[in-house]
Design a protein around this ligand. Structure first.
Ligand code: R5P
Length: 269
C-alpha cells in the first residue's frame, strides 16, 4: 500500500483490519437485481443484529438510507453499479447507478461494482471500473470490483477467475471479489491486490459454508464478502461469529462449527 495516499490507506484499513489484514464483509446488496431475496425482505431486521460482527457492510444507497442507522459504526462499501434484473434480458448490461458525489455524501469506505469479463458487456463494465478508479484515486476512496458471471455459473473456474481478477486489478481495483474455486491459490497468486470471496447460494449446511471460508482463507483470500450463507442460516449471528473465527483467528472449520452450535444452543434458550 506504499504508493497510496493517506485517505485511501485509511479507508482500506477500515475494511481490511490491520491486526490480521483480513475482513469479514457482510453482503446485503442482492436486492439491486434480485428484488426481495429470501430473508432479506426486511433489510433493517436482517442487518441490525449482524452489524456488531461485520467489518463492513456492502449494499446500495437505497438500502443504506432506509435500513441502516446513520449512527452505526460500520464501514460502508457502496454498490454503485446496476440497471439490470433477474427477469430482464441480460444481467451483464450494468452501468453506474450512483455518483461519486453521492458516495462521498454517504461517507463510504469504498465503492463497489460488478465487471462481466467475457460477456458482450465486458467493455462497458471495465470502462465503468476505470472511471470509478479515476474518481476513487482523486478522492481517496477504494474501489472493489466484483468478477460477476451472471447466470453463467460454469465460468467459476480458476483459469477464468484468475483472468478476471487480474484484469480488474490492472485497471486499478483496490480489492477484488470473486468466487472460490478449485485451484484458488492460482487466482490469488495472479492478483496483486487483496482477493475476497463471495459465499454464493446457500450451501447444504453451515459446516459446508465454514469449510468454504476456511479453504479460501487458507489458499490466500484476504477475507469473505458473504451474504446468503450468513443471513439465510436460521442462526445468522452464530454463523457470522463462526466465520469471523476462521477469517481472523485461523480456526479450523470443525472448531468454528462447534462454536456455531454452542452459540445456536445459547440463542435458543
Ligand atoms: C451479488 O452480486 C452480490 O454482489 C453479493 O454481494 C455477492 O454475491 C455476495 O453474496 P453471497 O455470499 O450471497 O453470494
Amino acid at each position: 500500500m506504499g504508493f497510496m495516499d493517506w485517505g485511501m490507506k485509511n479507508r482500506l484499513s477500515r475494511i481490511l483490519k490491520p491486526q490480521t489484514g483480513r475482513t469479514v464483509m457482510l453482503a446485503v446488496d442482492h436486492g439491486y437485481f434480485l428484488g426481495p431475496t429470501s430473508r432479506l425482505e426486511n433489510l433493517e431486521a436482517t442487518i441490525r443484529p449482524l452489524l456488531p460482527y461485520a467489518d463492513s457492510l456492502m449494499l446500495t444507497r437505497g438500502a443504506l438510507r432506509t435500513s441502516v442507522d446513520a449512527g452505526a459504526d460500520v464501514p460502508i462499501v457502496l454498490r454503485v453499479s446496476g440497471g439490470t434484473s433477474i427477469v430482464g434480458p441480460n444481467l451483464a448490461d450494468e452501468g453506474i447507478t450512483t455518483s461519486f458525489e453521492e458516495a462521498i455524501r454517504l461517507n463510504v469506505a469504498a465503492v463497489a461494482l460488478s465487471v462481466f469479463i467475457g460477456s458482450e458487456h465486458e467493455h462497458q463494465t471495465l470502462l465503468s471500473l476505470a472511471d470509478l478508479v479515476n474518481e476513487g484515486e482523486t478522492f481517496g476512496i477504494p474501489v472493489l470490483a466484483v468478477t460477476a458471471v451472471g447466470k453463467e455459473l460454469e465460468k467459476r473456474d480458476a483459469r477464468y477467475l484468475a483472468l478476471a481478477c487480474r484484469i480488474a486489478a490492472e485497471i486499478g481495483a483496490h480489492i477484488v471479489k470473486t468466487y472460490y474455486c478449485e485451484g484458488f491459490e492460482k487466482v490469488v497468486e495472479g492478483c496483486p491486490v487483496p482477493v475476497v470471496i463471495a459465499g454464493g447460494p446457500k450451501l447444504e449446511s453451515e459446516l459446508d459454508a465454514l469449510q468454504l471460508a476456511y479453504d479460501a482463507i487458507s489458499r490466500g483470500a484476504a477475507g469473505v464478502d458473504m451474504g446468503r450463507n450468513i443471513w439465510q442460516s436460521d442462526f445468522p449471528v452464530p454463523m457470522i461469529r463462526a466465520v469471523r473465527e476462521i477469517v481472523h483467528n485461523n480456526v479450523k472449520p470443525d472448531e468454528a462449527h462447534d462454536l456455531f452450535v454452542d452459540l445456536k444452543e445459547a440463542a435458543k434458550k
